[in-house]
Design a protein around this ligand. Structure first.
Ligand SMILES: Cc1cc2nc3c(=O)[nH]c(=O)nc-3n(C[C@H](O)[C@H](O)[C@H](O)COP(=O)(O)OP(=O)(O)OC[C@H]3O[C@@H](n4cnc5c(N)ncnc54)[C@H](O)[C@@H]3O)c2cc1C
Length: 260
């Protein structure tokens, strides 16, 4: 059987390799490594898992499936790397049609989920880490939470190995190998040839650098992201993040509870 080559072992590459292997393909997975690659978007310490994607029904349906998948992995891995803490969305101005919060709320309620609307009193009572004088409007959904993303990749790489995926770290894609008008493999930056019947390039934000002719269509951008500092246990016994950090920054804060 012709081998399938997956290039890039972030979440897309490693899950593609596992799925192809399960479907009976001989699979080789290559990455510069070390895995999980410290610069890969998939690594990091945490990533949000949510159902809230505004009015986008397709994405919402995919996220429903993904949450089932995360719960299944928690069971199968024997370790919980998905933490279903629920998802809180807060804003300073009232919810309005066209806002992520309201559109998500309406779509999710219509699909049988049970998101809740919050006012300032509810924010103050239930989520005291947040300044309810500023963040007076929001929604809370018990479904959703966050994953320990770097640990997930490490676990999936192990799973791929156990399933018989041939893993090669220390390999960087250099160029496509073309033969008789078809792509027959890749050549690494070190000049090593990797021939394959099918090739999956899962290079994430590196894609337009590896395939420069896509640079006009795909652009890597950076954006600011911040995570809450250590959480503090209050005398009441409730856990909350230091509120100063959560009130002094502009909107767009992502905060994860501390789990250890
Ligand atoms: C700051 C930030 C926060 C995010 N937060 C969330 C979130 O909370 N929830 C969420 O769902 N999503 C989030 N995302 C999006 C999510 O992380 C990405 O969509 C996902 O990780 C992309 O996975 P990937 O496999 O495509 O890419 P990556 O994880 O980047 O993997 C690409 C792989 O390709 C390899 N590679 C690179 N160059 C080469 C080469 N020349 N040859 C071979 N291999 C190569 C790399 O080593 C890497 O392992 C976030 C992204 C960022 C950047």
């Amino acid at each position: 059987m012709e081998r399938t080559l997956v290039v890039g072992a972030g979440i897309f590459g490693v899950t593609a390799a596992i799925e192809l292997r399960k479907r009976g393909h001989a699979v080789r997975l290559v990455d510069p490594g070390p895995l999980p690659h410290p610069l890969a978007a998939s690594t990091d310490i945490s990533k949000v898992v949510r159902l809230e994607y505004g009015a986008d029904e397709t994405y919402t349906a995919l996220s429903e499936e993904s949450i089932e998948g995360w719960r299944r992995w928690n069971r199968d891995f024997g370790v919980s790397l998905y933490h279903e803490t629920g998802l809180l969305l807060l804003r300073r101005t009232p919810l309005a049609p066209g806002s992520l919060e309201q559109d998500s709320f309406e779509l999710l309620a219509g699909r049988g989920h049970r998101p809740e609307l919050l006012d300032a009193a509810a924010v103050r009572a239930r989520f005291p880490a947040w300044n309810a004088d500023l963040y007076r409007h929001g929604t809370y959904n018990r479904e959703g939470g966050f994953v320990e993303s770097g640990r997930v990749i490490a676990r999936l790489v192990e799973e791929a190995r156990n399933l018989g995926v041939e893993l090669r770290e220390g390999v960087s894609f250099g160029r496509l190998l073309e033969a008789a008008s078809r792509i027959a493999g890749i050549v690494s930056t070190e000049g090593e040839r990797f021939e394959a019947g099918q090739i999956v390039l899962a290079l994430g934000a590196w894609t337009p650098h590896a395939l420069p002719w896509l640079a006009s269509e795909l652009r890597s951008t950076g954006h600011r992201s911040s995570t809450s500092p250590r959480t503090t246990r209050r005398r009441s016994g409730r856990t909350g993040s230091r509120s100063s950090a959560l009130t002094s920054r502009p909107p767009g804060i992502t905060a994860f509870p501390c789990i250890r």
